[in-house]
Design a protein around this ligand. Structure first.
Ligand SMILES: C[S@@+](CC[C@H](N)C(=O)[O-])C[C@H]1O[C@@H](n2cnc3c(N)ncnc32)[C@H](O)[C@@H]1O
Length: 302
């Protein structure tokens, strides 16, 4: 690996542009990239670090869903509790019924812990596969889901299930991540690692961008039976105090840790230096600021 690495490590000037497209990106959105089928139960602490960055998406999804008092709401792939917890805080002391479901029990345990600590009422969490929701048809006024759909083994089945449990004229608000090259927080490091790796060792692109193209997302909503829907792009800004904090949060756990650990410590130092240079266009007064694209879908069951 080291000889290959030495050959590969030279700064690619084209990557210094903020809108650069990853050199290794494959453009097939339907590829079966099963490689990042991580066990979410091991991810509680790692995932919790990212929550403040994606909080704006919880707020905007709740706004989009146009929720009223007395509504019954389902949050699919609720993880450690979002957007359910934000919603319960907004409707504190009002009558609201929120159920958050997820396939990872450890994440739900954390969600329950938080709800209890804040004495939030009107919400509960249940372990459940999105593709097989254990609820009656038309039993919810609203369904919400943040950053889960593109990770399901079967997104179409998951979406059909969300539609089935929605009542007539009920609304669904979903957030997914945009295309891979529109997620610079991650791709800046990913691209450097992939370029330095022999092609046969490169992992598939992670699932997070599987629904990142609005055409694909639209096709999925149509296939699931939705006739009325709207897709919007929503930028999620990630601020880091400095390069060190950017590097450590991205490489200690999560999708980048494993590919990085394929390199020796000295190789990792060289790669880190390269990423630091490439991060210059994202620096403002020593801070790093990345805009990452998410796609929001508001659909109605007609
Ligand atoms: C990126 S996290 C998002 C969690 C939460 N919605 C949030 O935004 O904080 C993705 C979640 O999807 C869940 N998940 C993935 N596939 C699932 C499936 N088939 N059924 C239910 N949950 C699933 C994972 O367990 C994980 O909690």
């Amino acid at each position: 690996m080291s000889r290959h690495l030495l050959l590969q490590i030279k700064i690619d000037k084209s990557l210094l542009k903020c809108d650069s497209r990853p050199m290794l990106e494959k453009d097939n959105p339907t590829q079966d990239n099963n490689n990042d089928k991580m066990d979410w139960n091991d991810m509680v602490e790692v995932f919790e670090q990212w929550l403040p960055y994606i909080q704006p998406v919880a707020e905007v999804l709740i706004d989009l869903a146009d929720i009223s008092e007395n509504d019954r709401i389902l949050d699919v792939a609720a993880g450690t509790g979002e957007p359910s917890l934000t919603l319960a805080r907004r409707y504190r002391n009002q009558n609201i019924d929120i159920i958050g479901v997820d396939s990872a029990s450890a994440l739900l345990k954390q969600a329950r812990r938080k709800a209890e600590a804040e004495q939030l009422s009107g919400l509960r969490f249940q372990e459940m596969q999105a593709e097989d929701l254990n609820f009656q048809p038309a039993s919810f006024d609203r369904v919400i889901s943040r950053f889960g759909l593109m990770l399901f083994d079967n997104p179409l089945r998951g979406l059909e299930e969300m539609r089935r449990v929605l009542r007539h004229q009920g609304k669904l608000a979903v957030a997914v991540w945009g295309e891979f090259h529109k997620l610079p927080t991650m791709t800046l490091i990913w691209d450097v690692l992939m370029k330095a790796m022999p092609p046969e060792k490169r992992p598939e692109k992670p699932r997070i961008s599987n629904l990142g193209r609005s055409d694909d997302l639209e096709a999925l909503f149509k296939a699931a039976g939705f006739e009325a829907y709207e897709i919007k792009s929503f930028d999620v800004p990630y601020h880091f105090d400095d390069f060190e904090s950017y590097w450590s949060i991205n490489t200690n756990g999560g999708l980048l840790e494993e590919p990085l650990n394929m390199f020796s410590p000295s190789e990792q130092e060289i790669l880190k230096k390269e990423v630091e240079i490439l991060s210059i266009p994202y620096q403002e007064n020593g801070h790093l600021i990345f805009q990452n694209e998410s796609l929001l879908v508001l659909a109605e069951k007609t």
